[in-house]
Design a protein around this ligand. Sequence first.
Ligand SMILES: [Zn+2]
Length: 345
Amino acid sequence: MQKRPYSELDACTVVTAVPPKNNKKVVHTTSSASIQVPEGLDFCLQWRESRLEPCLVEEIQDPASIEYYFGQVCLVCQAVVSVKGWAAHANGKKHRERLMMQPVKLKNEVERPLPSPPFNLLGAEHFLSHGSWSLQDDEGQFPAVLTLGEMDFSFSLAVARLRPPGTALVATSFLAEHDPNEPEVHPSDDGERAAYKRVSLPGMKGALQKNINELNQLGAQVLHSVDATDLQGTLRTQGIEGGFHIVVFPFPRYSLSRAPNPCNSRLLREFFVSAMNGVVLEGGLIQLVMLSSQYEDWDVNGMANDVGMKLTSRVQLPPNFYQPREMSGKPWAPSGAELLTFEAG
Ligand SMILES: [Zn+2]
């Protein structure tokens, strides 16, 4: 089994679960539904230390400033807060008391862009041109593409079908190669979704093998157990050298749960860092497919800006481009999803 990306996996999962009522570490504030960051999520404290610095009370201009918000966390209170709940949380008594007790401000060198997307969403008719997967260079070469986090490999197959056979395409899944001995179970509610884990790719009623076969016929390379946040340790180690013009990660997701979870924001940030470490070529593109609602919910602007990535476009995902699936293999139809394209800033 492949090592999971974070040692705090279990702690991360706790964020998404219903907090036990008698656990004193879980503090509900009266001003919003935020909960204290559970133990083990040390990265939330590191975020605070890297972004905020002590100051005088007089230097605090707005206790409810978005400057105190990063990746679904109130850096002042170390509480998990959704972006929609931010105003209620930050105008609440507890937040203000904490800030006055330990006054902090954003470091001068740190930027805090607003969470809202800086561009309008383009229509699905622009999807293929902004995807750029079939855009030839001056010499007629097609871009080298790396896909991450595949389930049934239908995204990679859709990309491969846009290009002549044999063009450079490496298609990868986070889960290990299909193991027929691992049962295929679909979680039925949010409680089960929060605790859901699996090791190997489900067969998905034959879709997995069918799509892999076609990818092989088209000359694409298919790999498993590739962690988007550790491409050095999981892609390079499988013999993949050199860089890619485009690295695309459809529907990144830390857990199946839909509750606010800073681990999802960190997943994006660590993916950017890992891809920019020589995997994406200079001038290349990093792409995400996400629900439009996740843009603000996961603080995409905060994560991208923090590592020097610049969003260059947002375009609607056409409904039939590929078949998105949950980690359990269950197909789902995203409503309101988009392709985000970034360049290193
Ligand atoms: Zn707070």
